[in-house]
Design a protein around this ligand. Structure first.
Ligand code: NAD
Length: 292
Protein backbone atom coordinates (compact mmCIF):
# COMPACT_ATOMS: atom_id res chain seq x y z
CA UNK A 1 0.00 0.00 0.00
CA UNK A 2 1.21 3.52 -0.76
CA UNK A 3 2.38 5.74 2.08
CA UNK A 4 3.55 9.35 1.90
CA UNK A 5 6.03 11.19 4.12
CA UNK A 6 4.66 14.60 3.15
CA UNK A 7 1.67 15.84 1.21
CA UNK A 8 0.52 19.41 0.60
CA UNK A 9 -3.03 20.70 0.47
CA UNK A 10 -3.47 24.00 -1.35
CA UNK A 11 -6.88 25.29 -0.21
CA UNK A 12 -7.88 23.61 3.04
CA UNK A 13 -11.68 23.84 2.82
CA UNK A 14 -14.41 21.22 2.51
CA UNK A 15 -12.80 19.25 -0.32
CA UNK A 16 -9.11 19.66 0.57
CA UNK A 17 -9.83 19.16 4.27
CA UNK A 18 -11.86 15.99 3.67
CA UNK A 19 -9.07 14.58 1.48
CA UNK A 20 -6.47 15.32 4.18
CA UNK A 21 -8.62 13.91 6.97
CA UNK A 22 -9.30 10.72 5.00
CA UNK A 23 -5.60 10.15 4.26
CA UNK A 24 -4.62 10.80 7.89
CA UNK A 25 -7.36 8.51 9.21
CA UNK A 26 -6.22 5.73 6.86
CA UNK A 27 -2.62 6.18 8.07
CA UNK A 28 -1.42 6.93 4.54
CA UNK A 29 0.63 10.02 5.36
CA UNK A 30 3.17 11.17 7.95
CA UNK A 31 2.76 14.92 7.53
CA UNK A 32 0.04 17.04 5.90
CA UNK A 33 1.02 20.66 5.24
CA UNK A 34 -1.65 23.24 4.45
CA UNK A 35 -1.31 26.37 2.33
CA UNK A 36 -4.12 28.83 1.80
CA UNK A 37 -5.46 32.33 1.74
CA UNK A 38 -6.45 32.83 5.35
CA UNK A 39 -4.28 32.22 8.43
CA UNK A 40 -7.32 31.92 10.70
CA UNK A 41 -8.77 29.16 8.51
CA UNK A 42 -5.43 27.31 8.47
CA UNK A 43 -5.13 27.64 12.27
CA UNK A 44 -8.62 26.17 12.56
CA UNK A 45 -7.55 23.31 10.27
CA UNK A 46 -4.65 22.50 12.64
CA UNK A 47 -6.96 22.73 15.69
CA UNK A 48 -9.40 20.34 14.01
CA UNK A 49 -6.45 18.00 13.23
CA UNK A 50 -7.21 18.19 9.51
CA UNK A 51 -3.60 19.20 8.76
CA UNK A 52 -0.43 18.87 10.83
CA UNK A 53 0.92 22.35 10.12
CA UNK A 54 0.56 25.30 7.76
CA UNK A 55 2.86 27.83 6.23
CA UNK A 56 2.54 31.03 4.20
CA UNK A 57 5.74 30.16 2.33
CA UNK A 58 4.86 28.23 -0.83
CA UNK A 59 8.43 26.88 -1.12
CA UNK A 60 8.18 25.39 2.39
CA UNK A 61 4.69 24.02 1.62
CA UNK A 62 5.65 22.25 -1.60
CA UNK A 63 9.36 21.33 -1.30
CA UNK A 64 9.87 17.64 -0.65
CA UNK A 65 6.16 16.95 -0.95
CA UNK A 66 5.26 13.74 -2.76
CA UNK A 67 1.69 14.79 -3.50
CA UNK A 68 0.23 18.27 -3.98
CA UNK A 69 -3.58 18.47 -3.94
CA UNK A 70 -5.17 21.66 -5.28
CA UNK A 71 -8.62 22.29 -3.78
CA UNK A 72 -8.98 26.02 -4.40
CA UNK A 73 -11.76 27.78 -6.35
CA UNK A 74 -11.39 27.39 -10.14
CA UNK A 75 -10.39 31.05 -10.52
CA UNK A 76 -7.32 30.44 -8.36
CA UNK A 77 -6.07 27.29 -10.12
CA UNK A 78 -3.84 29.01 -12.72
CA UNK A 79 -2.01 31.11 -10.09
CA UNK A 80 -1.65 28.05 -7.85
CA UNK A 81 0.03 26.00 -10.62
CA UNK A 82 2.40 28.94 -11.28
CA UNK A 83 3.23 29.23 -7.58
CA UNK A 84 3.95 25.54 -6.94
CA UNK A 85 5.93 24.79 -10.12
CA UNK A 86 9.42 26.01 -9.05
CA UNK A 87 9.25 24.02 -5.80
CA UNK A 88 7.94 20.67 -7.02
CA UNK A 89 10.14 17.69 -6.12
CA UNK A 90 11.37 15.56 -9.02
CA UNK A 91 8.81 12.77 -8.56
CA UNK A 92 6.02 14.87 -7.06
CA UNK A 93 2.49 14.19 -8.21
CA UNK A 94 0.03 17.08 -8.57
CA UNK A 95 -3.71 16.52 -8.63
CA UNK A 96 -6.82 18.66 -8.14
CA UNK A 97 -10.53 18.64 -7.36
CA UNK A 98 -11.78 21.39 -9.65
CA UNK A 99 -15.40 21.06 -10.78
CA UNK A 100 -14.61 21.83 -14.43
CA UNK A 101 -11.74 20.07 -16.14
CA UNK A 102 -10.85 21.57 -19.56
CA UNK A 103 -10.00 24.94 -18.01
CA UNK A 104 -7.86 23.35 -15.28
CA UNK A 105 -6.00 21.12 -17.75
CA UNK A 106 -5.26 24.14 -19.94
CA UNK A 107 -3.95 26.26 -17.06
CA UNK A 108 -1.84 23.34 -15.79
CA UNK A 109 -0.37 22.86 -19.28
CA UNK A 110 0.53 26.54 -19.50
CA UNK A 111 1.89 26.92 -15.96
CA UNK A 112 3.60 23.56 -15.37
CA UNK A 113 5.05 23.36 -18.92
CA UNK A 114 7.74 20.60 -18.94
CA UNK A 115 6.45 19.32 -15.57
CA UNK A 116 2.85 18.97 -16.84
CA UNK A 117 2.95 15.16 -17.08
CA UNK A 118 2.97 14.88 -13.26
CA UNK A 119 -0.51 16.43 -13.14
CA UNK A 120 -3.53 14.14 -12.82
CA UNK A 121 -6.76 16.13 -13.24
CA UNK A 122 -9.60 14.98 -10.99
CA UNK A 123 -13.07 15.81 -9.72
CA UNK A 124 -14.67 14.12 -6.72
CA UNK A 125 -18.43 13.95 -7.20
CA UNK A 126 -19.07 14.54 -3.55
CA UNK A 127 -19.81 17.62 -1.55
CA UNK A 128 -22.42 19.45 0.38
CA UNK A 129 -23.90 22.92 0.35
CA UNK A 130 -21.68 23.83 3.33
CA UNK A 131 -18.12 24.85 2.57
CA UNK A 132 -15.03 25.51 4.68
CA UNK A 133 -12.77 23.32 6.77
CA UNK A 134 -15.35 22.97 9.57
CA UNK A 135 -17.46 20.91 7.15
CA UNK A 136 -14.55 18.58 6.26
CA UNK A 137 -15.40 14.93 6.68
CA UNK A 138 -13.01 11.98 6.41
CA UNK A 139 -15.84 9.84 4.97
CA UNK A 140 -16.97 12.41 2.36
CA UNK A 141 -15.72 10.35 -0.59
CA UNK A 142 -16.87 6.90 0.54
CA UNK A 143 -19.05 5.33 -2.19
CA UNK A 144 -18.87 8.48 -4.30
CA UNK A 145 -17.55 8.73 -7.82
CA UNK A 146 -14.27 10.44 -8.58
CA UNK A 147 -13.73 11.31 -12.22
CA UNK A 148 -10.14 11.50 -13.42
CA UNK A 149 -9.58 13.19 -16.78
CA UNK A 150 -6.02 12.30 -17.85
CA UNK A 151 -4.80 13.31 -21.28
CA UNK A 152 -2.16 11.78 -23.52
CA UNK A 153 0.79 13.42 -21.71
CA UNK A 154 -0.36 12.35 -18.23
CA UNK A 155 2.22 10.13 -16.54
CA UNK A 156 0.81 6.59 -16.14
CA UNK A 157 2.48 5.96 -12.77
CA UNK A 158 1.09 9.22 -11.37
CA UNK A 159 -2.36 8.27 -12.70
CA UNK A 160 -2.23 4.83 -11.08
CA UNK A 161 -1.17 6.31 -7.73
CA UNK A 162 -3.93 8.94 -7.75
CA UNK A 163 -6.45 6.22 -8.65
CA UNK A 164 -5.22 4.13 -5.73
CA UNK A 165 -5.45 7.05 -3.27
CA UNK A 166 -9.08 7.73 -4.16
CA UNK A 167 -9.90 4.02 -3.95
CA UNK A 168 -8.32 3.89 -0.48
CA UNK A 169 -10.57 6.81 0.51
CA UNK A 170 -13.54 4.64 -0.49
CA UNK A 171 -14.33 6.31 -3.81
CA UNK A 172 -15.27 4.67 -7.12
CA UNK A 173 -12.87 5.97 -9.73
CA UNK A 174 -13.78 6.50 -13.39
CA UNK A 175 -11.92 8.10 -16.26
CA UNK A 176 -13.13 10.26 -19.12
CA UNK A 177 -11.90 13.05 -21.37
CA UNK A 178 -11.96 16.58 -19.89
CA UNK A 179 -14.42 17.85 -22.51
CA UNK A 180 -16.80 14.94 -21.94
CA UNK A 181 -16.64 15.58 -18.18
CA UNK A 182 -17.49 19.25 -18.66
CA UNK A 183 -20.43 18.50 -20.93
CA UNK A 184 -21.91 15.86 -18.60
CA UNK A 185 -21.52 17.89 -15.41
CA UNK A 186 -22.81 21.06 -17.07
CA UNK A 187 -26.05 19.15 -17.66
CA UNK A 188 -26.34 17.13 -14.44
CA UNK A 189 -24.80 19.42 -11.81
CA UNK A 190 -24.10 22.94 -13.03
CA UNK A 191 -27.50 23.42 -14.71
CA UNK A 192 -29.55 22.41 -11.60
CA UNK A 193 -27.40 24.61 -9.34
CA UNK A 194 -27.88 27.62 -11.62
CA UNK A 195 -31.62 26.93 -11.83
CA UNK A 196 -31.86 26.79 -8.03
CA UNK A 197 -29.97 30.09 -7.65
CA UNK A 198 -32.05 31.63 -10.45
CA UNK A 199 -35.40 30.50 -9.02
CA UNK A 200 -34.69 31.76 -5.49
CA UNK A 201 -33.43 35.07 -6.84
CA UNK A 202 -36.44 35.54 -9.14
CA UNK A 203 -39.03 34.78 -6.44
CA UNK A 204 -37.16 36.70 -3.76
CA UNK A 205 -37.01 39.77 -6.01
CA UNK A 206 -40.64 39.56 -7.17
CA UNK A 207 -42.57 42.46 -5.62
CA UNK A 208 -46.06 41.00 -6.12
CA UNK A 209 -45.25 37.91 -4.03
CA UNK A 210 -44.26 39.71 -0.80
CA UNK A 211 -42.39 37.52 1.70
CA UNK A 212 -42.31 34.48 -0.53
CA UNK A 213 -40.30 32.30 1.87
CA UNK A 214 -43.09 32.47 4.45
CA UNK A 215 -45.27 30.27 2.25
CA UNK A 216 -42.77 27.71 1.02
CA UNK A 217 -42.99 23.99 1.79
CA UNK A 218 -41.11 20.76 0.99
CA UNK A 219 -41.09 21.15 -2.79
CA UNK A 220 -39.40 24.55 -2.65
CA UNK A 221 -36.95 23.34 0.00
CA UNK A 222 -35.99 20.25 -2.06
CA UNK A 223 -35.63 22.20 -5.29
CA UNK A 224 -33.60 25.04 -3.79
CA UNK A 225 -31.39 23.33 -1.16
CA UNK A 226 -28.38 23.79 -3.43
CA UNK A 227 -28.99 27.54 -3.71
CA UNK A 228 -27.30 27.68 -0.28
CA UNK A 229 -24.03 26.59 -1.95
CA UNK A 230 -20.95 28.80 -1.94
CA UNK A 231 -21.32 31.82 -4.26
CA UNK A 232 -17.58 32.11 -5.05
CA UNK A 233 -17.32 28.47 -6.08
CA UNK A 234 -20.41 28.68 -8.30
CA UNK A 235 -19.38 31.99 -9.84
CA UNK A 236 -16.14 30.30 -10.93
CA UNK A 237 -17.86 27.17 -12.24
CA UNK A 238 -20.21 29.36 -14.33
CA UNK A 239 -17.25 31.30 -15.72
CA UNK A 240 -14.84 28.38 -16.30
CA UNK A 241 -17.37 25.96 -17.83
CA UNK A 242 -19.38 28.64 -19.55
CA UNK A 243 -19.66 27.11 -23.06
CA UNK A 244 -21.16 23.82 -21.89
CA UNK A 245 -23.39 25.51 -19.29
CA UNK A 246 -24.79 28.04 -21.77
CA UNK A 247 -25.64 25.19 -24.14
CA UNK A 248 -27.66 23.39 -21.43
CA UNK A 249 -29.29 26.59 -20.15
CA UNK A 250 -30.50 27.21 -23.71
CA UNK A 251 -31.76 23.62 -24.04
CA UNK A 252 -33.62 24.08 -20.77
CA UNK A 253 -35.03 27.40 -22.01
CA UNK A 254 -36.53 25.58 -25.01
CA UNK A 255 -37.99 22.88 -22.74
CA UNK A 256 -39.49 25.53 -20.42
CA UNK A 257 -41.00 27.34 -23.40
CA UNK A 258 -42.60 24.11 -24.59
CA UNK A 259 -43.92 23.41 -21.09
CA UNK A 260 -45.36 26.93 -20.85
CA UNK A 261 -47.20 26.38 -24.16
CA UNK A 262 -48.70 23.09 -22.95
CA UNK A 263 -49.88 24.80 -19.74
CA UNK A 264 -51.24 27.81 -21.63
CA UNK A 265 -53.14 25.48 -24.00
CA UNK A 266 -54.37 23.41 -21.02
CA UNK A 267 -53.15 20.37 -22.97
CA UNK A 268 -53.95 17.85 -20.22
CA UNK A 269 -52.94 14.76 -22.21
CA UNK A 270 -49.53 16.10 -23.25
CA UNK A 271 -48.85 17.39 -19.71
CA UNK A 272 -49.80 14.00 -18.25
CA UNK A 273 -47.52 12.19 -20.70
CA UNK A 274 -44.60 14.53 -19.99
CA UNK A 275 -44.96 14.24 -16.20
CA UNK A 276 -45.41 10.43 -16.38
CA UNK A 277 -42.35 10.01 -18.57
CA UNK A 278 -40.22 12.20 -16.28
CA UNK A 279 -41.49 10.44 -13.15
CA UNK A 280 -40.75 7.01 -14.63
CA UNK A 281 -37.23 8.06 -15.66
CA UNK A 282 -36.47 9.43 -12.19
CA UNK A 283 -38.03 6.48 -10.32
CA UNK A 284 -36.00 4.01 -12.41
CA UNK A 285 -32.83 6.00 -11.76
CA UNK A 286 -33.43 6.06 -7.97
CA UNK A 287 -34.15 2.30 -8.00
CA UNK A 288 -30.88 1.66 -9.83
CA UNK A 289 -28.97 3.70 -7.22
CA UNK A 290 -30.62 1.77 -4.38
CA UNK A 291 -29.76 -1.57 -6.01
CA UNK A 292 -26.08 -0.65 -6.50
P1 NAD B 1 -14.04 25.77 0.19
O1 NAD B 1 -14.45 27.19 0.11
O2 NAD B 1 -14.57 24.93 1.29
O3 NAD B 1 -12.45 25.70 0.21
C1 NAD B 1 -11.63 26.42 -0.65
C2 NAD B 1 -10.37 26.77 0.08
O4 NAD B 1 -9.50 27.46 -0.82
C3 NAD B 1 -10.62 27.72 1.28
O5 NAD B 1 -9.96 27.20 2.42
C4 NAD B 1 -9.99 29.02 0.83
O6 NAD B 1 -9.45 29.77 1.93
C5 NAD B 1 -8.90 28.54 -0.11
N1 NAD B 1 -8.50 29.59 -1.06
C6 NAD B 1 -9.27 30.48 -1.70
N2 NAD B 1 -8.53 31.29 -2.44
C7 NAD B 1 -7.25 30.90 -2.27
C8 NAD B 1 -6.00 31.35 -2.78
N3 NAD B 1 -5.94 32.41 -3.59
N4 NAD B 1 -4.89 30.69 -2.40
C9 NAD B 1 -4.93 29.65 -1.56
N5 NAD B 1 -6.09 29.18 -1.04
C10 NAD B 1 -7.22 29.80 -1.39
O7 NAD B 1 -14.40 25.13 -1.24
P2 NAD B 1 -14.52 23.58 -1.61
O8 NAD B 1 -15.96 23.23 -1.61
O9 NAD B 1 -13.56 22.81 -0.81
O10 NAD B 1 -14.07 23.63 -3.15
C11 NAD B 1 -12.71 23.55 -3.53
C12 NAD B 1 -12.59 23.08 -4.97
O11 NAD B 1 -13.23 21.80 -5.10
C13 NAD B 1 -13.24 23.99 -6.00
O12 NAD B 1 -12.44 24.03 -7.16
C14 NAD B 1 -14.55 23.28 -6.32
O13 NAD B 1 -14.94 23.54 -7.66
C15 NAD B 1 -14.18 21.83 -6.13
N6 NAD B 1 -15.29 20.93 -5.73
C16 NAD B 1 -16.21 21.35 -4.81
C17 NAD B 1 -17.24 20.47 -4.47
C18 NAD B 1 -18.31 20.87 -3.47
O14 NAD B 1 -19.41 20.32 -3.50
N7 NAD B 1 -18.05 21.79 -2.58
C19 NAD B 1 -17.31 19.19 -5.03
C20 NAD B 1 -16.32 18.81 -5.94
C21 NAD B 1 -15.31 19.69 -6.29
Amino acid sequence: MIKFDKITIIGVGLIGGSFAKGLKKAGLVEEVVGFGRSQSNLKKAVDLEVIDRFTDDIADAVSGSELVFLAVPLGVMADSFEAIKPHLAKNAIVTDAGSSKSSVVLSAQQALAEKFSCFVPGHPIAGKEQSGVEAADEALYVNHRVILTPIEQTNQTALTIVEEIWSLLGANVEQMAPQQHDEIFAATSHLPHLLAFGLVEMLHEHPELGNVFHYTAGGFKDFTRIASSDAEMWRDIAVYNSDAIVKWLKNYGVAIQQLAELVENKDAEALYNLFSEAKQARDEHILQIQQN
